[in-house]
Design a protein around this ligand. Structure first.
Ligand SMILES: [Mg+2]
Length: 398
C-alpha cells in the first residue's frame, strides 16, 4: 500500500495529569479550575524531592519546568498551588477515552496513558471527510469528559505524532507527505519523534541542528557516528515511517510491568537487571494462565519525560523468560541512546493458548528453559519485584 493511502490519527491529551486532576476536583465541587491558576502536579515530596510532573500554562509562564524540583518551582512562583497525582483516577480517565475512541476504529495502539494512534485507513470510507471527523472527535471528547486533546492527522505514525505536538491545546493539525518540508524541517532536531537527548547533542556536534539538516545530511557521515540507527534517523527526518499501528489483538489483552525509579538511571547493567526482574515477573504471570505471547515491547520514559517504546512480533509464541528477555534487551538497545531513564517497562500482548511449535529455527533446547522458569517462579521473591505493578490493560468492551 502506498504510504499516502494510509491515514493515521494521533490523539494526545493536553497536559493530561493536570487536566485530569482539574476535572476530578471540579466534579467534587472544588470551585477553582486549576488549569487557570499557577499550579502543578507533583510527586511525593519525600521520595523524589517533589518533582514537577505537570504544570499549568500560567505556571509555565513563571518558568516552571516539568521534572524540576518543587523547591525550585516554588522559588519561581511563591503562590504556586501544588496537587498530588492520582494515578488510579488517571487510569480511569484514560480507559474512558480509549473506550470512546474504539467506536471509530478497532485499530488503536495505546502508546501511553494519554496517547494513542488510530489507524483510520480501513474505516476512512465510512466518513466523508476525515479532517472533519478529527474535529468532531476533539470537540466530543471535551463535551463528554471535560478535558482537551490535540489530534495529529497524517499518513504514518511518526508524522501524526509530530503533528499532534504542534500548537496546543485543543487543536487539530495535519502533516501530510507534501507538508513535511514546510512544517517540520525548520524545527530543532531534538523535536524529532524518538530522538533522545544524547542523539540530538551528538547531531549538534556534527553541525546538524534542524530536522531539515538531518534530512539532507550525508548518510555515510551518519553511519560513521550512529551505525545501524543512521537510516532510521535520516528516514525519520524525511517523515518516512512504515511501522504499523499495533492494536492489541486476541481479546485485546496485554500484560505489562513498569517501574519508576527513586533516582534516574544511566547504568546499562542496572537497567538490564531491572528488565530481567520484570521479565521474570511478567512471564510467570503468563505461564500461570497457560498463555504464550507473540508480541513483546519495551517502554522507556527518560528523566525529561519523553516516552520511547518499541515492539516486536516473535517468530514463535513463547512464555520462556529467556526468550522474552533476549528480545527485550535487543529492543532496549535499539531505542536507548544513553539518556538517563526514569521509568522502564515491559509489555506482552497478542497471546495464544498453545505454542505454535514448528516455525522458528531459533528455538534451541527450550524444554530446559521452561523447566528453569518454573523453578524460578517458585523462588520469585529473590528477584525483589515488590514495587513492580502488573496491569491488565484496556479491554475493549463497550
Ligand atoms: Mg499528552
Amino acid at each position: 500500500m502506498m504510504s499516502k493511502d494510509r491515514i493515521i490519527f494521533h490523539i494526545d491529551v493536553n497536559n493530561a495529569f493536570l487536566s485530569w486532576t482539574a476535572t476530578k476536583l471540579l466534579s467534587e465541587g472544588f470551585n477553582i479550575d486549576i488549569r487557570k491558576i499557577p499550579s502543578v502536579i507533583a510527586g511525593d515530596e519525600n521520595k523524589r524531592h517533589g518533582i514537577v510532573l505537570a504544570k499549568s500554562p500560567i505556571a509555565k509562564k513563571y518558568g516552571i519546568k516539568t521534572a524540576e524540583t518543587l523547591y525550585l518551582a516554588r522559588k519561581k512562583c511563591p503562590k504556586l498551588k501544588v496537587f498530588p497525582p492520582d494515578h488510579e483516577y488517571y487510569v480511569k480517565m484514560s480507559k474512558k477515552l480509549f473506550d470512546y475512541l474504539y467506536q471509530f476504529t478497532p485499530d488503536i495502539e495505546i502508546f501511553s496513558i494519554d496517547e494513542c494512534f488510530l489507524d483510520m485507513t480501513n474505516t476512512k470510507y465510512l466518513y466523508n471527510n476525515l479532517l472533519d471527523l478529527a474535529y468532531k472527535i476533539k470537540d466530543e471528547i471535551y463535551d463528554k469528559f471535560g478535558f482537551t486533546v490535540n489530534i495529529g492527522v497524517a499518513n504514518n505514525k511518526l508524522c501524526a505524532k509530530m503533528a499532534s505536538d504542534f500548537e496546543k491545546p485543543n487543536k487539530v493539525h495535519t502533516l501530510y507527505e507534501d507538508e513535511i518540508e514546510k512544517k517540520i524541517w525548520p524545527l530543532d532536531v531534538s523535536e524529532l519523534f524518538m530522538i533522545g537527548k544524547s542523539t540530538s547533542e551528538k547531531l549538534r556536534m556534527l553541525g546538524i541542528n534542524t530536522i531539515g539538516e538531518l534530512a539532507q545530511s550525508d548518510i555515510l557521515l551518519l553511519r560513521k557516528h550512529f551505525k545501524n540507527q543512521a537510516v532510521f534517523l535520516k528516514d525519520s527526518a524525511n517523515g518516512k515511517d512504515d511501522s504499523p499501528v499495533e492494536a492489541y489483538s486476541d481479546s485485546n489483552k496485554c500484560l505489562s510491568v513498569s517501574e519508576t525509579f527513586e533516582a534516574d538511571i544511566k547504568d546499562i547493567n542496572k537497567i538490564k537487571s531491572i528488565l530481567l526482574g520484570q521479565v521474570y515477573k511478567i512471564s510467570e504471570n503468563l505461564r500461570s494462565q497457560n498463555l504464550y505471547t507473540q508480541t513483546v515491547a519495551v517502554t522507556i520514559k527518560t528523566y525529561d519525560f519523553k516516552n520511547f517504546s518499541k515492539q516486536r512480533k516473535l517468530y514463535t509464541a513463547t512464555n520462556s523468560s529467556k526468550d522474552i528477555y533476549i528480545n527485550i534487551c535487543d529492543l532496549f538497545e535499539e531505542i536507548w541512546d544513553g539518556t538517563k531513564v526514569r521509568n522502564i517497562g515491559v509489555r506482552l500482548s497478542n497471546f495464544v493458548g498453545k505454542r505454535n511449535k514448528q516455525v522458528s529455527i531459533f528455538d534451541g533446547d527450550d524444554e530446559g528453559d521452561d523447566k528453569i522458569d518454573y523453578i524460578i517462579d517458585n523462588i520469585k521473591d529473590k528477584y525483589g519485584c515488590d514495587s513492580i505493578t502488573i496491569a491488565s490493560l484496556m479491554k475493549k468492551d463497550n
